[in-house]
Design a protein around this ligand. Structure first.
Ligand code: NAP
Length: 542
């Protein structure tokens, strides 16, 4: 009797969100056999897990979507300017059905280990249920923001109430009616959730460590005329997205904020504030490259916060001072600052009064105890590297990814890691990823990987691995690109890994812009995959 062999595929894909599903679609088009292993019990990735109150996308629905199928973008109708989590999840479920993806997706399988077998040139993958899969290529589509960061605050285990992390929200929802609720964190997630939780809770206490800039989203129902216009103009919209810095279809004003008279500058900011959304960043060309230019935008938002929040002491606590606007991912909101005018909402500045412990009945800071029935951690994620390092990934010679990245991630183009042959990391560290509209970056990566796999096959090659030299040069370029912007000025940013104690401080995403990045990837491919070593199958009998 021979032991049953592990199911074997051309590619094993980890994750069934935007990235994993499109990767599967492309692999099928290439005629490759593939399996997608997904930890959740449904498809959708980020949009499967993040079900917290107020969860919606900060990119507008018409372009936070796939572009690869014109039929799909023509037939799907978005209901709001910014889609809510359930609507995006419905969209992704529709994609899974429409392209018949589910038959190759295995749900409820969390990948715990992946090891490269040098002799066989195969990846062996193991899931938490002990299942094994084998693939010539391992492609991670694990998301950039999928490993929850729950701070280790003493006493959490003793808390008598229930607590939740926003990125792992109960599927049957949470009813806060009549309860005293605490929210820790005022990033994009907290800023979305706080106004909605405040509507329901008897009392809400917000624990803020870093005051944040936020611009109104100005959400509303999708205008049918606008939707028709978008559908007629999708080819151009998608072209603009791909040729932009951040994957958004809008133009950045080419002038400096400092080149226009004060009253014009102000009226431009006012117009951008009224229009709302992430586009505020595009009001002037140099908001992320000149401290002085940025100060004009930062000051404008600070004034708006002071105008909105009636209690001057609370307003001052909400005014950001320690980083320039948009050097941390800028949130957009619906009634966030207005929420602090409610009599049943309290703001606690935990820089001034740090959290000491969680007690059985609440959160104790240096200034006293805040009694709570429920506690919400909107404390973010171990971004970019966290989801990859949560798996025990071992490359050639058994080298652990954790060891290879002990001083921070090392990648070539954010796509590959030297010493880890045939492993591709979709939107990995060192790619534009989180600095862009994710579906646009995902499609660029998936298309590049698919083209690369086709190239290997056409040329009788079975192995691809980034070289050390290419990785080193790319790593230096990623850091230089960040230094050309103001982004590293936000010293507490998750872009730098600063939100997770002990995480190496390295600027994680590539700040050189999506269009420039995609050009570079295309040049690398056109040059026969420069910076990668490619190898054929060993001759028979060897
Ligand atoms: P985040 O930006 O990392 O914010 C976490 C918040 O928790 C920060 O205010 C942080 O304070 C605070 N915090 C962390 N640890 C703490 C501690 N020990 N004590 C007190 N406060 C603590 O996380 P996020 O809000 O979940 O957002 C992460 C990213 O997800 C966003 O930047 C965005 O890219 C994405 N996102 C996207 C959308 C969307 O468009 N659809 C919505 C939500 C999130 P510090 O600032 O001091 O570290």
């Amino acid at each position: 009797m021979t032991a049953p062999r592990d199911p074997e595929f051309d590619a094993v894909v980890v994750g069934a969100g935007f990235a994993g599903m499109y990767m599967l679609h492309r692999l099928r088009e290439l005629g490759c056999s593939a399996v997608v292993l997904e930890a959740g019990h449904g498809v959708g990735g980020t949009w499967y897990w993040n079900r917290y109150p107020g969860a919606r996308c900060d990119s507008e629905s018409y372009y936070y979507s796939y572009s690869f199928s014109d039929e799909l973008q023509q037939e799907w109708e978005w209901s709001e300017r910014y889609p809510q989590q359930p609507e995006i999840l419905r969209y992704l479920e529709h994609v899974a059905d429409r392209f018949d993806l589910r038959r190759d997706i295995r749900l409820g399988r969390r990948v715990t280990e992946a090891a490269f077998d040098d002799d066989a040139g195969r990846w062996h993958v193991r899931t938490d249920g002990g299942e094994r899969y084998t693939g010539r290529f391992l492609i991670t589509a694990v998301g950039c923001l999928s490993t929850a960061n729950v701070p280790r605050i003493p006493g959490l285990d003793a808390f008598d109430g229930r607590w939740f992390h926003t990125g792992n929200w109960p599927h049957d929802g949470v009813d806060f009616t009549g309860l005293r609720v605490g929210v820790i964190g005022t990033g994009s997630t907290g800023i979305q959730a706080i106004p909605v939780i405040a509507e329901q809770a008897a009392h809400l206490t917000v624990f803020q460590r870093t005051a944040n800039y936020s611009v109104p989203a100005r959400n509303g129902p999708m205008d049918p005329a606008f939707q028709r216009e978008v559908k007629a103009g999708y080819a151009e919209i998608r072209r603009r997205q791909r040729e932009s810095t951040n994957g958004h279809p809008f133009d950045v004003e080419p002038r400096s904020a400092l080149s226009v008279p004060e009253d014009e500058r102000r009226s431009r900011y006012e117009a951008a504030w009224r229009r709302g959304g992430l586009r505020f960043r595009a009001t002037f060309a140099d908001l992320l490259t000149s401290v002085e230019a940025n100060a004009t935008a930062s000051d404008f938002i600070r004034a708006k916060i002071r105008e909105t929040v009636r209690d001057p002491e609370t307003a001052e606590k909400l005014v950001p001072h320690d980083h320039p606007f948009a050097t941390k991912r800028p949130p957009i909101d619906t009634g966030y600052f207005e929420t602090y005018n409610r009599p049943d909402v309290t703001l606690v500045d935990v820089r001034e009064n740090p959290i000491v412990e969680i007690t059985t009945s609440g959160v104790r800071t240096t200034s006293g105890t805040h009694p709570l029935d429920r506690l919400v951690f909107a404390t973010g994620f171990d971004a970019l590297t966290g989801p990859l390092l949560a798996m025990d990934v071992r490359g050639a010679g058994g080298r652990a990814l954790r060891d290879a990245w002990s001083d921070g991630p090392r990648t070539y183009l954010g796509l590959q890691v030297p010493g880890f042959p045939n492993l591709f990391t979709i939107t990995g560290p060192g790619s534009p990823s989180v600095l862009t509209n994710m579906p646009t970056s995902i499609e660029q990566h998936v298309d590049w990987i698919a083209d690369c796999l086709a190239h290997l096959r056409e040329n009788g090659l079975v192995r691809i691995e980034a070289t050390e030299d290419a990785e080193r040069a790319w790593g230096e370029h990623v850091q230089e690109a960040a230094q050309r912007t103001l982004l590293p000025m936000a010293s507490t940013s998750w872009y730098l890994g600063a939100n997770v104690p002990g995480k190496p401080r390295v600027f994680l995403p590539y700040a050189g812009g999506l269009a420039a990045y995609a050009r570079r990837c295309a040049e690398v491919a056109a040059a026969g995959y420069a910076g990668f070593s490619l190898a054929p199958a060993p001759a028979a009998g060897r």
